[in-house]
Design a protein around this ligand. Structure first.
Ligand SMILES: Cc1cc2nc3c(=O)[nH]c(=O)nc-3n(C[C@H](O)[C@H](O)[C@H](O)COP(=O)(O)OP(=O)(O)OC[C@H]3O[C@@H](n4cnc5c(N)ncnc54)[C@H](O)[C@@H]3O)c2cc1C
Length: 264
């Protein structure tokens, strides 16, 4: 195909997408159709998104899918970042290093001893759920969580990759993580005859579970504004992160956000 034909093809693709009403998408489905068209939407996005969020694509806001990078190129990276990776030894090792010499209590619920924690600090960085902080005064926000099923298998290599996503609605999990591939490459993979995999099942959050993802639909976004207005009056508390801000963050953006906080 010549360059001119290629441009014409792209042009007509965008014309078709525009006709689908997608220049002002009202929901995730319309946004996805605008970005990738119906074939890719139905094969890769619809089933995966609906099991991830437990809601129909037509009931989800369009901005969720804007994070999906679409490139007309052979670059199969998910992110566009120049440098990508995870800390050697994992995030726990990194955090343990950062907190070395600093008194730390883990597995401790702030609300189990709220008065005490408030009395010992001039400034609090609160990373828990914002509705819980205000005792669910205006009602509960919705969250999604993930149930992990982890297995040790008697083979040295299960899927050849750290992450494989299952986009079909019929497969109950969203993806399988094979942990060794984050840090072991080439022949090293085969040195250990076993491997550990985790299947991720996305479910609605209920009390007692750990909330992971805010559900940023219109109702929740309106509700969180009420909590955020209260949070502004808490002068000695910094509300930070995906639960306290009720906002989806990847690792790099949340770290950047923390580095930019003023008046720590
Ligand atoms: C399954 C999964 C996979 C992910 N994969 C990726 C990925 O591949 N790439 C990527 O970039 N990002 C990924 N993320 C996102 C990444 O984990 C987040 O961006 C990051 O953890 C956000 O940091 P945070 O500080 O906002 O929240 P968190 O890391 O959740 O930190 C909040 C902390 O507050 C604590 N807390 C909450 N309530 C209380 C309380 N009442 N008392 C005491 N402590 C409390 C929690 O225990 C937690 O330690 C993934 C997230 C999940 C859930």
């Amino acid at each position: 195909m010549g360059l001119r034909q290629f441009h014409c093809g792209i042009q007509s693709l965008f014309e078709a997408l525009k006709k689908a009403g997608a220049d002002a998408p009202r929901n995730l489905e319309e946004q996805a159709l605008f970005l990738v068209g119906r074939d890719i939407y139905e094969k890769l996005i619809k089933g995966y998104t609906e099991k991830q969020w437990g809601r129909k694509c037509t009931d989800l806001p369009p901005f969720i899918i804007k994070r999906l990078p679409v490139r007309l190129a052979f670059d199969n990276n998910y992110f566009n970042d120049k440098y990508q990776g995870i800390p050697i030894g994992g995030y726990n090792k990194l955090i343990e290093g950062l907190l070395k010499g600093i008194e730390t209590q883990v597995n401790t619920d702030f609300f189990a001893n709220r008065e005490y924690f408030e009395s010992i600090a001039e400034k609090i960085v609160y990373t828990g759920a914002i509705d819980e902080y205000f005792n669910y005064k205006f009602g509960k926000l919705e969250y999604r969580t993930v149930r992990f099923e982890t297995e040790t298998l008697d083979c040295s290599n299960y899927q050849g990759n750290a992450v494989v996503n299952y986009t079909e609605r019929e497969v109950p999990y969203t993806r399988i993580i094979e942990h060794k591939h984050f840090e072991t490459f080439g022949d090293e993979v085969y040195k250990n005859p076993k491997t550990v995999i985790s299947k991720e099942f996305s479910t609605e959050w209920t009390e007692g579970q750990e909330p992971y993802y805010p559900v940023n639909n219109d109702a929740n976004n309106q509700l969180v504004q009420q909590y955020k207005a209260l949070a502004q009056n808490e002068k000695n508390v910094i509300f930070g992160g995906r639960l306290a801000e009720y906002k989806y963050y990847d690792m790099a953006p949340i770290i950047e956000q923390v580095l930019n906080i003023e008046n720590f």
